[in-house]
Design a binder for this molecule. Sequence first.
Ligand SMILES: NC(=O)c1ccc[n+]([C@@H]2O[C@H](COP(=O)([O-])OP(=O)(O)OC[C@H]3O[C@@H](n4cnc5c(N)ncnc54)[C@H](OP(=O)(O)O)[C@@H]3O)[C@@H](O)[C@H]2O)c1
Length: 274
Amino acid sequence: MKSENILVIGGTGKTGRRVAENLTQSGHNVRVVGRKTNPAFDWENPESYDAALKNMDRAYIVYYPDLAVPGSRDAITALSEKALKAGLKKVVLLSGKGETEAEACEDIVANSGLNYTLVRASWFNQNFSEGAFLDFVQNGVVALPMPEARIPFVDADDIADVVSKVLLDDSYNGQTITVTGPQKRTFKEVVGIMAEASNKHIQFVPITIDEFKEGMKKAGLPDSYVWLFGYLFQEVLGNPDNQEVSDDVAKVLGRPAKDFEVFAKETAATGIWS
Ligand SMILES: NC(=O)c1ccc[n+]([C@@H]2O[C@H](COP(=O)([O-])OP(=O)(O)OC[C@H]3O[C@@H](n4cnc5c(N)ncnc54)[C@H](OP(=O)(O)O)[C@@H]3O)[C@@H](O)[C@H]2O)c1
């Protein structure tokens, strides 16, 4: 395949970093952007979008912190318009499974005139190894709400492999790909799996959403972040749609999605939970 110029927005994050690695290894010219790169890209500053998009053929779009927050629609509208003007051939937007608030942004991309694929992801395994819950696992106490939710946690490696494929393959244009792991698991179950894999005592403590939000406030996190986590627990994990397993990873990649047990073994071996 001819080498293409590919923009990875959020390219230092959990999925973007892996997408950038995949595409670089396949011989493409990858431009990773975030707030500290050159050119710098800041979702808060639409003027920064042009330099990032210049001379690019395709783009992977990771919005931060989440497509559900106020301001995301304006940002996604501006980026889509600028991407169309810059002549991009295709974009892939990362969205959240069961996140109805994100659908407005999906629609903006779908109606932008760009070729696109939407990738809707379930909650990531890597929230426990690279994200918001790493500290809890390291400290041996995972206190989270929604103990009844059965979540088809998905691995960021699988998301990245799917994104890398559909971004380059125009037969997926206009499609929505739903990426989940192969099994639904509660927080208590995944904590048990991480404890066993790392041979460490890790306790799961069920708490209410209000208690979780109170803890975030006490830790000094901004109100917008506290609101977002409340929304993600209540609306997203509470949405029965989010508790369904999809076989799209296997369909796109021709291999099964990675199970949480495999993720836990691989991650424990790195020593990060010790
Ligand atoms: N975690 C989950 O379980 C889950 C599930 C479904 C969907 N999602 C979606 O995944 C997305 C996050 O993806 P991720 O986990 O791969 O990323 P991530 O690990 O959260 O990393 C965020 C990336 O965005 C960049 N960034 C942060 N603030 C920025 C700003 N103002 N302007 C431009 N770039 C900024 C960061 O780089 P700098 O800090 O250097 O700028 C970094 O590259 C969100 O849209 C979320 O809704 C997450």
